[in-house]
Write a protein that binds this ligand. Structure first.
Ligand code: SAH
Length: 220
């Protein structure tokens, strides 16, 4: 998979994408990330990327032209149109099902908004899906976009040591993960559940299944 970020803060994205499990997946070539500075595509001499909204109102909006030029440059580079996502508090709430579904794309582009967001005509003419990370507002689409990128990347073959790593996890099949414990067996007077120390695999499995709780609510 190749994922392109369209952002005013490419370094912010790079910093995250080069670290830990995601960074290792990138180095191994299991996923390609490219972060593009939208400002580089501004036609305006001052490289302006924002302007005041028609009809008044507080704040600035991102101009359509540099976003479109940036996206079109990506399309010509890869010779196809990636699935284009706009991170937006008005979008469909992201969850594990949505992460799984996005894994089927070989090319994804993520538009990270800033200011009051982007000109609606970008959304209407170019965007395939608007995704929200929750019913609250943050200052930019970079963190939301990175959350989407992270959750997709860890599902790609070879990224985690074993598929069981995510198949056994919260939300994979509509359940929460069972509680987990590590050494020591007693900590501040609290013991690990007896069954986990028993070595009896069938009983341990039964306990784990009992402890999983059905996820309620946000399944798409
Ligand atoms: N004026 C907008 C909010 C703009 S916040 C409104 O009221 O809807 C600036 C940018 O941050 C947005 O363009 C979007 O890309 C990003 N953003 C903010 N909250 C988000 C959320 N919950 N999910 C995804 N992206 C979000």
């Amino acid at each position: 998979m190749r994922m392109d970020f369209l952002t005013l803060f490419p370094n912010l994205c790079e910093t995250f994408l080069n670290e830990s499990i995601i960074g290792r997946a990138r180095k191994k070539g299991l996923i390609e990330f490219h972060c593009h500075q939208i400002r580089d595509y501004a036609e305006d001499k001052q490289k302006r990327v924002d302007d005041t909204p028609y009809g008044g109102g507080k704040g600035m909006l991102m101009i359509a032209q540099p976003i479109a030029a940036c996206f079109e440059a990506i399309c010509s580079k890869i010779k196809k149109k990636p699935f284009f996502i706009y991170m937006s508090p008005k979008g469909k709430i992201f969850n594990q099902e949505a992460a799984k579904a996005l894994c089927s794309h070989t090319n994804i582009a993520i538009l990270c908004g800033r200011y009051e967001g982007v000109d609606q005509r970008v959304i209407d003419t170019m965007i395939d899906e608007e995704i929200s990370i929750g019913n609250y507002v943050v200052t930019g689409g970079e963190l939301p976009g990175l959350i989407v990128a992270d959750s997709i990347t860890r599902l790609l073959p070879g990224v985690l040591s074993d598929e069981i790593c995510f198949k056994d996890e919260s939300h994979f099949d509509g359940y929460f993960e069972y509680p987990q414990y590590t050494k020591p067996a007693v900590w501040r007077g609290k013991s690990v559940p007896e069954v986990l120390l028993s070595g009896h695999h069938a009983n341990i499995l039964k306990w784990k299944n009992e402890m999983k709780k059905k996820v309620k609510g946000d399944v798409l």
